[in-house]
Design a protein around this ligand. Structure first.
Ligand code: M6R
Length: 616
């Protein structure tokens, strides 16, 4: 978590850092800070709150900040509450070293005690302040250069980091290093841009180098990039790539929030995900990562899916699809739990990891463990070149474009599309589906984007429902079969952006406990599309009604039965059951969005959250 940024070149650093930090706020936004360097001094400002608060604070000083070298940070608190003191950059005891950090230093406590014994003092509660002082200690004791002190210190560290550090007396050099947390470098003639995510510098350059784990770089004014291995100081050959990011994709345009923009993008992102993978008239599915590992999938005894949050929900949908179409048993596990349960894995067991960001620490750690045990790991990621994408044996990108809103929407539907394609492809290989079924399924896939587009028209009815229920304290979401994970996803969306308590349940489980919660104040969102135990769902609706619960039912267009029972019906187009989550999730995304808006919450940056969770 946290976003780091830096600039070294000939332009004024301040606007580059502030604007870049705004683009990184999806990574954390509870406090922020910058340091701009000039000859033998620096300007430092840190504050609790969003980058806009930092900007206001700096503006209130009524000074012109000049300087062409600087670093900045937007924080998601791990060690120490979000306040001005714990905000980055952190300064060493002698005021000589100034550092920003994303990640967690796991052995910081031991180092802190050692440094305290050696006369160091600490003002913050952060692990970062410990690291910057360790570097200072090593530098002074051994009379070393900054780069060598950084290198030696990092070899003492257990944990994850991406850092940038500057020495007050030598402000024309920035040292950066990475292990675990992402770090990209933008390179132009005579200037370097440092960032956790290149979206913050892409309007200046697309020449990008992603530092690998265990690498550090010494950036000097008017000098070539110097890339090294942290462990042994060996020089490395930098591989700079041209990054393709469409700037429009990272701007809100006419939308108030990225989340709404991303919800509305789904008809297009679904097409982007399908592009080149589904050749409709012939019904050909092309997924390189599956084709080149055909035998592994044909002979699979089981598949384990690992993911977190929304990606875990798409994994549950994947379980349903894979089991139905391939007859391979599937388990879906929270990546965070998997790692600590001493999982039973044999060589060539199949693991599928799903992650929008490709940087989720729990998923990355679970992936590494699975690989260590000899499993074959297949990845489904959205962010191209992300850590997870780089670490898997094979994989496929969702191509949903940058997702900026913290609440995941278009990445979810893109992941489902990929899981559908994978299940169909493996099902065909294993002869567990017949050709007619396969062909008609492919045809249905061809119509899904248009149907999602039509589903978006429910927004007006959603607005009425949101107005009625925005003030309640609890919501229940029910679904069955493949739509049970959609109920979970609807509840998660509402929780994370509106702060209303919500639970998702399989509809039939209601009678085993949650039914006790139902009274006239409880709105129950129930996915009641045709097929998928329709009659049973009607029974569940009757049970809720008998207890005076308020029913908001997602039904298919033309449904008349549920209309008479529900308080509100949201009518969505019919699609085969296996693809129905792509349709039924749309009203749930819109409902959560609209309720959060009415409650006046910051939809894109909900409290306590961050877009990519790079801490365990
Ligand atoms: O980037 P990932 O897909 O690995 O992220 C996993 C979760 O952190 C993420 O889905 C989270 O639950 C979202 N905020 C949900 O909207």
């Amino acid at each position: 978590m946290c976003g780091i940024i830096g600039y070294l070149g000939y332009r004024e650093a301040y606007p580059i850092l502030i604007n870049g930090l705004k683009k990184l706020e999806y990574r954390g936004y509870d406090s922020s800070g910058i340091a701009i360097f000039y000859k033998n001094g620096f300007f430092l400002c840190k504050t609790k709150g969003r980058v806009s608060e930092l900007e206001k604070k700096i503006f209130s000083y009524k000074i012109k900040i000049k300087g062409t070298i600087g670093i900045g940070h937007t924080r998601w608190a791990t060690h120490g509450i979000p306040d001005d003191i714990n905000a980055h950059p952190h300064v060493s005891n002698s005021n000589e070293l100034i550092m920003i950090h994303n990640g967690i230093i796991e052995n910081y406590h031991k180092i802190k005690i050692f440094l305290l014994k050696n006369g160091f003092t600490f003002v913050s509660k952060t692990d970062t302040e410990v690291l910057v002082n360790l570097i200072e200690y090593i530098k002074k004791k051994n009379k070393l250069s900054l780069e060598e002190s950084v290198r030696i210190s990092l070899n003492e560290i257990v944990g994850a980091y991406s850092i940038a550090i500057v020495e007050k007396s030598n402000p024309e050099t920035i040292i950066i290093a990475k292990l675990g947390s992402p770090l990209a470098l933008g390179i132009n003639e005579k200037e370097f841009f440092i960032a956790s995510d290149p979206i913050s510098f892409i309007n200046y350059t697309n020449n990008t180098l992603y530092l690998k784990d265990g690498e550090m770089a010494i950036l000097k004014k008017n000098k070539e990039l110097d890339l090294r291995k942290i462990i042994n100081n060996h020089k490395l050959n930098p591989i700079i790539k041209k990054l393709k990011i469409n700037l429009k994709e990272i701007e809100k345009g006419e939308y108030k929030y990225f989340m709404l923009k991303e919800i509305y993008e789904q008809p297009k992102t679904i097409l982007d995900t399908l592009r080149g993978r589904l050749l409709i008239p012939k019904g050909i599915i092309c997924i390189d990562g599956i084709e080149s590992n055909k035998d592994i999938f044909i002979n699979a005894k089981s598949i384990t899916i690992l993911a977190c949050g929304t990606s875990w929900h798409s994994g549950l949908i994947g379980e349903y699809l894979l089991e139905k179409l391939t007859r391979i048993p599937v388990e879906v596990e929270y990546a965070s739990e998997f790692r600590y349960k001493n999982p039973i894995l044999e060589k060539k067991d199949i693991i599928i990891v799903i992650s929008q960001s490709g940087e989720t620490a729990d998923t990355l750690a679970a992936l590494k463990l699975a690989k260590k045990k000899g499993a074959f790991v297949f990845g489904i990621c959205n962010v191209v070149g992300s850590s997870i994408a780089r670490n898997v044996d094979a994989g496929v990108y969702t191509h949903a474009g940058p997702e900026i809103g913290v609440a995941s929407t278009k990445a979810f539907t893109a992941q489902i599309i990929i899981l559908v394609l994978i299940a169909l492809k493996i099902g065909k290989y294993r002869f567990t589906i017949n050709n007619n079924f396969y062909q008609s399924f492919c045809k249905e896939l061809g119509s899904i984007s248009e149907k999602v587009n039509n589903t978006l028209k429910v927004y007006n009815s959603i607005k009425i429902i949101a107005k009625k229920y925005f003030n309640v304290n609890n919501f229940l979401y029910l679904g069955r079969g493949i739509n049970f994970p959609v109920a979970l996803e609807g509840a998660l969306k509402l929780k994370e952006i509106s702060y209303i308590h919500a639970e998702g349940y399989p509809a039939a489980e209601m009678k085993h406990g949650p039914i006790a919660l139902i009274d006239e104040n409880m709105p129950v969102v129930i996915i009641a599309t045709k097929k998928g135990c329709y009659e049973k769902i009607i029974g569940n609706i009757q049970e809720i009604k008998a207890r005076k619960g308020k029913i908001i039912a997602i039904v298919n267009e033309g449904d008349i039965q549920i209309n008479t029972l529900a308080d509100f019906t949201i009518k969505v187009p019919y699609i085969i059951e296996e693809l129905s989550p792509l349709i039924t999730v749309i009203p749930l995304q819109l409902l959560a969005y609209q309720i959060a808006c009415i409650r006046g919450e910051n939809v894109d940056q909900p409290r306590n959250l961050a877009k990519s969770v790079t801490v365990e």
